[in-house]
Design a binder for this molecule. Sequence first.
Ligand code: PNS
Length: 164
Amino acid sequence: MSDCRRIAIYPGTFDPVHNGHLDIIERAARLFDKLIVAAGSYDGKRTLFSLEERAELLRAVCGHLDNVEVDSFSGLLTDYVRGAGAVVIVKGLRTADDFQSEQQMAMMNRHLLPEADTLLLMTSPEAMYISSTLIKEVQALGGDVGGLVPPVVAEALARKNGQA
Ligand code: PNS
């Protein structure tokens, strides 16, 4: 029997996962039979959390979603998407600035893997200003990131910065 389930991949750096990501994960999970949230790495980008730590935090915050799997990948996203048998790449869109880069990546990915489409989901209004970069900055400077990240992520950030 062939597997006709619609699989989508939500790739990202997730350094670390925040409530804006979780919003996209929960909404995308409703649209597909299976959603794979895949933490990616590439050599040019320095991250606060290792690839394993980022995937571990994602697992911790996605546990309530039955059709969501967490994974990590290195190398080309399109190779990973092909290997997973996915038909859609999900990305979140906050601002017009995001659109520029997401459009470019979507077109490159389409060039590399024409059979997969990129689906851009607009971030919910309450999460539009949240970014992993700002969260790390605010937290490192002693600001309160409660309400912006799940508690397990706030704890991990505090541990990283020697505050817990
Ligand atoms: O958190 P981000 O910046 O939205 O995630 C970017 C990510 C990890 C999805 C992107 O950097 C990526 O796809 N990396 C894998 C390498 C790759 O395929 N590069 C070409 C992308 S067009």
